[in-house]
Structure formats: C-alpha cells, structure tokens
Design a protein around this ligand. Sequence first.
Ligand SMILES: Nc1nc2c(ncn2[C@@H]2O[C@H](COP(=O)(O)OP(=O)(O)OP(=O)(O)O)[C@@H](O)[C@H]2O)c(=O)[nH]1
Ligand SMILES: [Mg+2]
Length: 439
Amino acid sequence: MTSRQTMFALATPPMACLAAMLRVSGPDAPALAPIFTNRKWQRCCARGSIDLPVGPVPCIVWMLPAPNTLTGEDTLEVLVPGHLEIVRDLEQRLRDAGCRDAEPGRFTRLSVEAGKLSLTQAEATLALVTASDDESRRRALADLTGESARRMAALTEELREVSARFEMSFDFSEEEHAPADEDRLFHDVRLLTAELRDLLGSEQSRVQREVPTIALFGPPNAGKSSLFNALAQQTRSLVSDTPGTTRDAVETAVMFGSNRCTLVDLCGVGERDADSGRFSESARQRAVTSDVLLLVCAPGQVADCARELTVLAGRDSALPSRTFWVHSMADLGGESPANPCGLPEQRVSAASGAGVSDLQFRLAMRLAERATGGATSLLRRKAREALDLLTAANAEPAVPPEVAASDVRRALALLDQALLSQAPGEVLDLIFSRFCIGK
Ligand SMILES: Nc1nc2c(ncn2[C@@H]2O[C@H](COP(=O)(O)OP(=O)(O)OP(=O)(O)O)[C@@H](O)[C@H]2O)c(=O)[nH]1
Ligand SMILES: [Mg+2]
C-alpha cells in the first residue's frame, strides 16, 4: 500500500506549451485549494489566480473530492499558462506548502490500489504511450478496454473444462478408455492453443540484447554516414561524394531520450555496390540482426531500397516491423515518393538538420517501447508462458495423455494467475518505475 502523502506532478510534458496541467493528490488537497481559488472545497471547476514571483498568474482549477477521482484521493487539477518558469515557480510553491514531488507512476499506482484500474489496464496505459506501430497500439487498446482480459477469461473457462475432462479420462480403466475421447481432447487443446496464440498476436519473442543496435543501411551515397553523424551529434564516419566511402561498419554509442543504443553505419548496398559487393554481405547481416533498421533512401534510390528490403525480409520476415524508411537529402527538394513497402517513414536532411530531431524522437520512442519489454503486461507474460505449455501439450509426436494433462493443468493455473493480475510489491515497484513522472 502506498503511504497517504499529498503529492504533485506535472501531467503535461515539461516543455513550453499553451497550457500545463499539474495534479495534486492526497489528504491535504483541500487545504491546498486556497492557493488557487477562494471557492469552498467541493466538486467544481473554477477560475482562479496564483500569487507567484512574476505576479498573479491566472489558472483554472478542478476540485475533485475523494473517492470519485483518478487516484481515489482528494485531488486538485490545475491548468496554468505553459511557461516553464511559471510551472517551476508553482511546483516550488507546492513544495513550500509541504507537498512532495510524486515519483514516476505514482498516480496510476494509486488508481490500481483504489480499484479504479486493473494492473493490466495500467500497464496498457504505458504500452499505449510508448507504442510505435499499429500492432502494438491495437494490443494496448485491447488491454486498456479490458477486451484482452474478457477473451482470456472465456478461453480459460473452456480450458478448465478440457482439463477436467482429461482428469476424468484417467478414472476409467484401459478397456473403457476410448481412443476417440482422447483424440477429441487433444483436438480441443489444439483449438484453444490456436485461440490463445491469436489473442496474444504477433508479439515479438526476439532475444533482447542489453544495448540495442540501430543500423543505417541503404544504397551507396544515400547519405547514411552524414545521417549517422547528425544522429550521433559528432563526426565519426567519413562522408564523401565517392560511392563506397564506408566499408567496415562504424559504431558509436548514442542516447536517444533516456535509452542507450549502439548506432551502426554500414557500407552501401545496392545495384552498384562499391568493391564489387565485397562488404555487402556483412552489411546485410548486420542489418538483419539490428534491433531497429534505418533504410536510408536518397532521391532516385527507391527501387534499389525496395529490392534490398525484400532480400532482407526474406531472411527475417519480422524485419519490416522494426524498420523506418528514411528519405534522405530532403533539402534537395521535390516530393519524396511514398515508400512502396508501407513502412513508417521520415524525411530528413543531414545538410540542413531538418527532420533529424523528429527521427531522434521516434527512435527514443521505439527504444522506450523495447525497454519496457515490448510493453508487455504481466497478463500477457503469464499468458505467453501458458501458451508455451499448451504448445508442448500438442507436440508432435503426441505426448502421453498424462503429460499433456499436466501441461494443461499448469497452463490453466498460469491463466488464472494472469487474470487475477496479482503481483508482489517488488514486481509492482518494477512495473510502475517504467512510468514517467506525472502518470
Ligand atoms: N544535399 C545534401 N547532400 C547530402 C546530404 N547527406 C549527404 N549528402 C551528400 O551525399 C554524399 C554522400 O554522403 P555519405 O553520407 O557519405 O553517403 P553514404 O550513404 O554514407 O555513402 P557510402 O558510405 O559511400 O555508401 C556526400 O557528398 C554528402 O555531402 C543531405 O542531407 N543533403
Ligand atoms: Mg558512408
């Protein structure tokens, strides 16, 4: 249980914006309300004013008495002009009044403790914020709306019945034991396994490396090394208008947001390989094993890039789901033709810097998602373990019925745990530490 202290956090990103929102939650919220308004403590939204060092600052304040609030506690939500100095002064004002800075994930955790959100829904909130592609967004939304849990609960009940039938089948003697019943049981387990696999979707089960790699790959002279230097904010790789300048891979450690990664600049691979393709194979290999691939495409190189992507996808069909199509040299003007593979795309110019910070931001998002374990919830992790057991129960050649029955029983226990989504305190600490401040 989180101790009942009054805490505050900025709920909007810490940057200059039209309006910033601060949330104050805890037993002292009613006592702090007069900082913002002279209206009496009751559920309402009021215009107010805060005395700060710059002078009176207008605000809009929502007074939200417990328990019908996000956290289940007395809450104030305050909207102020989104100037960073104003926000900083307001935060100091709250600290002076005895209010504490909330740690990351504090408010969502309170929400879970107050029974307002299930743990799966809380994790889905995080997954949705960091989801970088449609598939992960769909998964997160299904978790958030409770659809995943509903489908999983129905499937668990069916599995419970199958498990009971398995157990009963052992109560009959050999002669009474009809092989047809056994076939039927295995058939039902197969159906439920397929259903669970479908429910879990195409979650990546790739081995997670400590430090992820982001590789720049594309035809010679696509501007890979120039972009590499721009992303790394230092000149590490040689740039020249001679195709085939980069030969051996060049690597450097880079931070995108709060995530460390290894950025890798590769030799150009395409129709006109330099050095008769001597370095192409190792570049393709590095590209396929990278965690994120930047397919760098200069004007006029679309066909070359599309062909190479097909070659790479032939080696790892999941590669496109971790690839960005980067239209380089955007300063040269002209409309970039849409990429033929439907990948997320980004226009950049290493020369003018246009689009580089957008790309850095998207990479930070992608890495953050990866760092949260593919934003996989406890529900999904347990269900995936259950899926492994059910898959084992269906293994070819057929496993003995007693072994299959035991796998089904263990899978059922895991699904029951998944649906309860109960986690010990330290696991909860870990889960909520992945959230950002204000969430
Ligand atoms: N106008 C313009 N030129 C660029 C840009 N990026 C790179 N170039 C030029 O394109 C040429 C090739 O750039 P590199 O970064 O060396 O290209 P690369 O893809 O690493 O080439 P290889 O290592 O040979 O495969 C150089 O002359 C660069 O100055 C850009 O954003 N705009
Ligand atoms: Mg190069």
